[in-house]
Design a protein around this ligand. Structure first.
Ligand SMILES: Nc1ncnc2c1ncn2[C@@H]1O[C@H](COP(=O)(O)OP(=O)(O)OP(=O)(O)O)[C@@H](O)[C@H]1O
Ligand SMILES: [Mg+2]
Length: 207
């Protein structure tokens, strides 16, 4: 069914690690993140996620495993009928937490990403960069074990990109493994981190 996008990749994402995933447009960064998120299955090869072969995981267990992963999609995927606050609080609500236990955390995080004035509006009236920041806040709020972020600074100005990077670093310091897909060399140059570079279906890793 068409040509293979990724092949012969062998790598791991260690617990509490921090890495950039880079490579030209169309190289397969989003595809690789979808494989890690278990929303796409490989046509061949083995992927282990949290110690388990993803081909052996029953379909109804996938949502539980995915809750351990925070993901920022390249196209944001906010829910249109929920406000910024409700979108960001959603992972906590899904977990069955009481609003009183997280409301302050959500508000603080929204302020940190510069959305303090945008808390009660619907995504339709947010700018691209504002949507992106809401998507990042939603991915972080539940302190996932793994964060997958697809071009998370693609729609913001350089000072905001630095601010968001410091947020990812802080999350990592608290124990989350972080994978950031990006083309942004200036962003990568700010941190001495592992770089995974995709090109023509192959992966090179620079520690
Ligand atoms: N659902 C799909 N079915 C078939 N081919 C796909 C699908 N999604 C992406 N592709 C192809 O896979 C290749 C890799 O796409 P992918 O979106 O992973 O690249 P990328 O590195 O994220 O690019 P960008 O930097 O532009 O976001 C591209 O050639 C694309 O056309
Ligand atoms: Mg992509």
């Amino acid at each position: 069914m068409g040509s293979e996008i990724l092949r012969d990749l062998t790598f791991d994402i260690p617990k509490r690690s921090f890495q950039f995933l880079t490579g030209p447009s169309g190289a397969g960064k989003t595809t690789l993140l979808r494989l890690l998120f278990m929303s796409l299955k490989p046509t061949r090869g083995l992927i282990r996620s949290f110690g388990r072969d993803i081909n052996q995981i029953p379909r109804d267990e996938l949502p539980l495993l995915r809750r351990r992963i925070g993901i920022v999609f390249q196209d944001f995927r906010l829910l249109d009928h929920l406000t910024t606050y409700e979108n960001v609080a959603l992972p906590l609500r899904v977990r069955g937490k009481e609003e009183a236990s997280y409301r302050q955390d959500v508000l603080e995080l929204l302020k940190w990403v510069g959305l303090g004035e945008r808390i009660n509006v619907l995504p339709a009236i947010l700018s691209g960069g504002e949507k992106q920041r809401a998507a990042i806040a939603r991915a972080l709020i539940d302190r996932p074990e793994l964060l997958l972020a697809d071009e998370p600074t693609g729609n913001v100005d350089p000072p905001m990109a630095r601010r968001l990077l410091s947020l990812f670093l802080e999350l990592n310091r608290l124990g989350t493994a972080v994978v950031i897909a990006t083309h942004d060399l200036a962003l990568m140059d700010q941190v001495n981190a592992r770089r995974m570079i995709l090109s023509e279906g192959h992966l090179d890793i620079y520690e």
